[in-house]
Design a protein around this ligand. Structure first.
Ligand SMILES: Nc1ncnc2c1ncn2[C@@H]1O[C@H](COP(=O)(O)OP(=O)(O)O)[C@@H](O)[C@H]1O
Ligand SMILES: [Mg+2]
Length: 415
């Protein structure tokens, strides 16, 4: 008999997750949470007293876990079966994306201690270099970190000068993403695309490249944290797969994952500032197209579930995947644009169709595409020659060319 897991949001009990006798997930909200807090764990799990069975609850929790190679390694390190979502949540669900934590019910109270251990830059390099063997430091005493995504990463506390590992309930406030093996220049690529997004007015968290000796990593500030006096508060977030009850293994539209119209409908129906958020989401679609990011699936876009209601979260995981076509990376779009999944085939008519599908005036989408292309054309080189001068590499040169081509082509299509 497995023990139930207590589900908390920022240390308040939301409910319980358990396995029934057939090993299916069951989740039930706590009565105090229903009375006092009134934030749903997920838009796919509206507040109610009856328990949710596997078909409605499993996806939300499965989407909290790391994916692919990371998952394999963590499962192996912890001695948990690869397919055992519940077992993995039990072991690493202590600090998930946003504010969610899961702890076995038998642990009477949460670990009350919160402490940080400052790391020297050499120590940080050692930890980062060990991540391929020990993703998210799984197995390290006092650490139970889980972040979705397929790539190596490390949640960290950064005070502007020094990096620290957080123990117990101590929250991280940044995420470190090391280079992806087998694909050159991913750190420079992501840092440049995020900086470009900021330069053209998209809502992205601050990010930078940290370099020490032979190691370069991408560092991004967490948008699911809020400074409250001396403390850091965790903000609840969920990705679009969670909100739409889609399991992580079906995140691509071709597999049955979220389409752009499903994302827009979700946002329109739930955001407390839907007009503004819908336009931001249009910008996200256009920007990903213009930088050649084909991997913008339903787990790479999130909502913040705040006490005031849901809002579109700032953007993350923006990097050009199409620069890696020579390395065999799939070029097909994670979500079709106007029914087309081949980015080379996108024309004006696809944007018009996209606009209709997501309930926006075609003229607005075309004007935005042209405007964003022009802003990118203006910002592209100064950024490359400015703060990215020291990080120039083959990938960035190819990226500059790809972006210039995409923008010129889009401007021409619309003229
Ligand atoms: N800046 C951020 N603030 C808060 N959460 C983030 C941030 N960046 C990423 N995340 C969370 O971590 C998960 C994995 O990050 P992502 O950059 O998508 O990694 P990967 O490249 O492995 O897909 C995201 O799905 C999101 O939930
Ligand atoms: Mg991702």
């Amino acid at each position: 008999m497995t023990t139930a897991l207590v589900v908390r949001i920022d240390n308040n009990v939301v409910g319980r997750l358990w396995l029934d006798e057939r090993k299916n997930f069951c989740f039930s909200y706590d009565s105090t949470w229903l009375e006092r807090f009134r934030i749903p764990l997920s838009l796919s799990l509206p507040l109610r007293t009856e328990p949710y069975l596997d078909d409605q609850s499993h996806s939300f929790f499965a989407n909290l876990l790391p994916e692919e190679k990371m998952r394999t390694l963590i499962a192996r390190n912890l001695g948990v079966s690869f397919n055992n979502d519940y077992g993995l949540l039990e072991r690493i669900g202590g600090d998930c994306a946003g504010a969610v934590s899961l702890h076995p019910e038998t642990e009477e109270t949460l670990p009350q201690s919160a402490s940080y251990r400052a790391l020297s830059l050499d120590e940080l390099n050692t930890i980062i270099k060990e991540l391929p063997q020990r993703p998210l430091l799984a197995g390290e005493k006092g650490l139970r970190l889980s972040l979705a995504g397929a790539q190596k990463k490390l949640p960290i506390y950064y005070d502007g000068q020094q990096y620290h590992l957080g123990y117990g309930t101590a929250p991280s406030n940044y995420i470190i993403k090391p280079a992806i093996d087998d694909l050159p220049g991913t750190v420079e690529n992501e840092a440049y695309c995020m900086a470009l997004a900021r330069a053209v007015g998209l809502n992205v968290p601050p990010s930078f490249i940290h370099q020490h000796e032979d190691l370069q990593v991408f560092v991004v500030k967490r948008f699911d944290r809020e400074v409250a006096g001396d403390a850091i508060r965790r903000l609840h977030q969920e990705d679009f797969c969670q909100a739409l009850n889609v399991p992580p293994e079906f995140k691509y539209e071709t597999e049955g994952g979220p389409s752009l119209s499903a994302c827009f409908n979700l946002l329109r129906a739930n955001s407390t500032s839907s007009g503004k958020d819908v336009l931001s989401l249009v910008n996200w679609v256009l920007f990903n197209y213009l930088i050649g990011n084909s991997d913008s699936h339903g787990k790479n876009i999130s909502l913040l579930l705040l006490s005031e209601g849901p809002r579109l979260a700032p953007f993350y995981d923006l990097l050009s995947t199409r620069v890696y076509a020579p390395y065999g990376l799939a070029e097909g779009l994670a979500m079709k644009i106007g029914g087309e999944s081949d980015p080379h085939a996108i024309r004006r008519k696809h944007w018009e169709l996209f606009a209709e599908e997501v309930g926006i005036k075609p003229k607005l989408v075309l004007t935005r595409l042209k405007d964003l292309s022009q802003r990118i054309v203006t910002a592209r080189l100064p950024l490359f020659k400015g703060e990215f001068e020291q990080f120039r590499c083959d990938t960035l040169y190819r990226l500059m060319e790809l972006i210039a081509g995409q923008c010129a082509d889009s401007i021409k299509q619309i003229a």
